[in-house]
Design a protein around this ligand. Structure first.
Ligand code: GLN
Length: 547
């Protein structure tokens, strides 16, 4: 069969759940028996998401092959339950860079290289390459931003060119928003009508409109959208807010979206395996017993709003683990700077069943995190530290247990007499050369576990072998690491090195004795937690939190 492509574009405004929509469409088609992959296009100039402030951009999702991508790539992985490679992610910067490099290498054979068609052609080449690399029958391509923005025009142009070349193999889905203004009390369809027209201006016609709103779309609105957006009423898919993103595939399936898409692509369902996922997604709504988890971070506030998107994979991983333990996850954002202004405030940590300190950079809020870790250690609150959360746990232990008063990471204090966390040698060169973009220690690296540790206990059911025999593979994003000069001294003081790189040189996991659960990893386990298969460290952290 010829390869099929589905473009997902947004209408009216950002933040309506285009990523979840794309991932859910991918899921339902996967369960109809097709090989599916998903591509994310971000319209900004940055080569990757790694150089952007998280508050501005949201989470940087790291792939196995070490790409720093958009959080939507994480959604695709979680819904498709398989890794997405770097080739499935592109930005305007990446696309232009290839075109320019090719021009410099004389690969355009002396032709005048133009924005159109050469730039959209590069986009098309990349999409097709991703489809081939993933052996995908159907590729979902999510175009970042909303229609009508200047920035994503060339990507919509790529979609138009692909549709023109193979009309039977390419679909366009518009995920649009229908507001219900309080003062009016009625769902308004006009912004979506405009979005649909704007899409038409690019030469594309929506094959489906996913009508995002607080409420389901009713008949009068469906008819209006049908007439004004030039679409049959059955292709308007009602997509009201639901309590969990994992319910969205079920919502689509109730409206037979999978079959309708396949029909328009001239395909038939090969099987129908959605029931298991739908049952699970309904089941997790029924858990009433809570597990209360606090997440200590600093990237939460933007103006008067709280932005938890920065830690989206961490949040999802906690949820997956809670559900696997038949619990309802209740998450609270804790700002580490509060513990600096008011040290007594750390006592609030006793109100939680467990605490997570996720990754981070720079010195804002660091001393607050260290005070929190001290309290967590002393009061035996289950703790999971991720990357910076591991490095700062090492600093805390060195300071307060091993007696190294000014211990620190050199990221914060390059002059400390006890640099228990220091820059990795190859990273130092990169920083001196101002070579910042995409140069951290990134992507999957193997880790071996020590027998008899909590980490070993967590992973071993998955490994079916003794820990010292097998490697686990985990994803990384860091420049600093545990300083091996302090290994002996810290181990003597009671720190457990529970995981290292296979050559033993890089400390990957630390643990504490005499504590219900104190595990902190240099890697980011949250990037490999799947809804029905939680990450073992998160699963056991929640288990301990419940106890
Ligand atoms: N800032 C630390 C480092 O660069 C931790 C990074 C992280 O938490 N992702 O090593």
């Amino acid at each position: 069969m010829s390869k099929k492509y589905i473009f997902v574009a947004g209408g009216v405004m950002s933040g309506v759940g285009k990523g979840t929509a794309a991932a859910s469409i991918a899921k339902i088609l996967q369960h109809k028996g097709y090989e599916i992959t998903a591509v994310k296009i971000d319209p900004y100039i940055n080569i990757d998401a790694g150089t952007m402030n998280p508050v501005e951009h949201g989470e940087v999702f790291v792939t196995n092959d070490g790409d720093e991508t958009d959080q939507d790539v994480g959604s695709y992985e979680r819904f498709l339950e398989r890794p997405i490679p770097s080739g499935n992610y592109m930005t305007t910067g990446r696309v232009y860079l290839s075109v320019i490099n090719r021009e410099r290498a004389l690969k355009y054979n002396g032709k005048c290289v133009e924005v159109v068609p050469h730039v959209p052609q590069e986009v098309i080449d990349r999409i097709k390459k991703a489809a081939t690399a993933n052996k995908a029958d159907i590729t979902i391509i999510e175009i970042g931003g909303t229609v009508g923005e200047y920035q994503n025009i060339l990507f919509l142009e790529a979609a138009r060119m692909m549709k023109l070349a193979n009309p039977k193999d390419v679909l366009t889905i518009l995920v649009s928003y229908l507001p219900i203004p309080k003062s009016v009390g009625e769902m308004k369809s006009k912004p979506t009508q405009y979005a649909s027209r704007t899409l038409n201006e690019t030469g594309l016609q929506a094959d489906f409109i996913l009508a995002r709103s607080e409420e389901p779309v009713d008949e009068p609105r469906r008819r209006k959208l049908s007439v004004f957006c030039n679409i049959d009423p059955g292709s308007v898919i009602s997509s009201p807010d639901v309590s969990s993103i994992y319910l969205v595939p079920a919502l689509y399936e109730e409206q037979h979206l999978g079959e309708k898409i396949l029909k328009k692509l001239h395909l038939k369902p090969k099987k129908d395996e959605m029931t298991d996922w739908i049952n699970w997604a309904n089941q997790i709504q029924t858990y009433n017993t809570e597990v209360k988890i606090g997440i200590i971070g600093k990237y939460f506030s933007t103006g008067s709003f709280v932005l938890s998107d920065v830690y989206i994979s961490v949040i999802e991983a906690i949820k997956h683990a809670a559900w696997a333990n038949n619990r309802k996850p209740v998450l609270t954002w804790l700002n580490s700077e509060d513990y600096e202004q008011d040290p007594k405030k750390v006592k609030e940590l006793s109100n939680f069943d467990g605490i997570v300190i996720p990754g981070g950079f720079g010195n804002r809020g660091v001393e607050g995190k260290i005070s929190a870790i001290k309290y967590i250690r002393e009061n035996k609150i289950p703790y999971l530290g991720l990357c910076y959360g591991m490095q700062l746990a090492t600093v805390e232990f060195a300071r307060h247990v091993a007696g190294m008063k000014d211990a620190n990471t050199t990221e914060i204090n390059p002059k400390t007499t006890h640099p228990v966390i220091h820059i990795m040698p190859e990273q130092e060169k990169k920083l001196l050369a101002l070579d910042y973009g995409g140069t951290m220690r990134l992507g999957a690296y193997p880790c071996i576990l020590k027998e008899g540790t909590k980490s070993c206990d967590a992973y071993s059911p998955m490994l079916h072998a003794s820990c010292s025999m097998l490697h686990v593979s985990e994803r990384h994003r860091h420049r600093y690491e545990f300083n091996n000069q302090y290994r002996e001294e810290l181990e003597k003081a009671g720190l457990i090195i529970a995981g290292t790189s296979p050559d033993g040189k890089i400390v990957e996991i630390i643990e504490l004795k005499n504590h219900p659960f104190f595990v902190a990893s240099q890697f980011h386990p949250e990037f490999q937690s799947w809804p029905q298969t939680p990450h073992p460290l998160f699963r056991d952290f929640i288990k301990a939190a419940i106890k």
